[in-house]
Design a protein around this ligand. Structure first.
Ligand code: RB5
Length: 149
């Protein structure tokens, strides 16, 4: 599985921890920045990562900002992106099983590193269930088509 990860300055330290964790598990990843804790704008990183996932270059993406909110809203503007902000294990599992989330969003200022690593593991390991959930996810795509300009 090919993973891409990105953050703003508010998520930079957690991104570095998650990268170490991915490396310890031999998970292939690309780091789309930011590369320091200097102030940047989260939409730039949500957009860049969202485009890379929607294009099929990567199977999954992980975005991190202070809350996980701004960067997930930004990534979700890209058609084909289903970014889920998950700060608990149940949501991480459900976002894969029910929503086929292809981007996981985390907030560095909200959760601790160990919980974040556990959420990442569950989210990367869990498969989409399909079935009735396929129809619902299909309807999300139909909404994107309806409003596409
Ligand atoms: C940056 O200060 C902060 O606003 C950002 O990381 C994020 O929390 C926005 O949603």
């Amino acid at each position: 599985m090919k993973v891409v990860i990105a953050s703003d300055h508010g998520g930079f330290r957690l991104k570095q921890e998650i990268i170490k964790h991915l490396e310890s598990k031999n998970i292939q990843y690309e780091d789309y920045g930011t590369y320091s804790d200097e102030s940047v704008d989260y939409p730039d990183f949500g957009e860049k990562l969202g485009e890379a996932v929607a294009s099929g270059k990567f199977d999954r993406g992980i975005v991190i900002c202070g809350t996980g909110i701004g960067i997930s809203i930004s990534a979700n503007k890209i058609p084909g992106v289903r970014a889920a902000l998950c700060h608990d294990c149940f949501s991480a599992k459900a976002s894969r099983e029910h929503n086929n989330a292809n981007v996981l969003a985390l907030g560095e200022r909200v959760i601790g590193v160990e919980l974040a690593k556990m959420i990442v593991d569950i989210w990367l390991e869990t498969e989409f269930l399909g079935g009735r959930h396929e129809r619902r996810v299909g309807k999300i795509g139909a909404i994107e088509e309806k409003y596409r300009r």
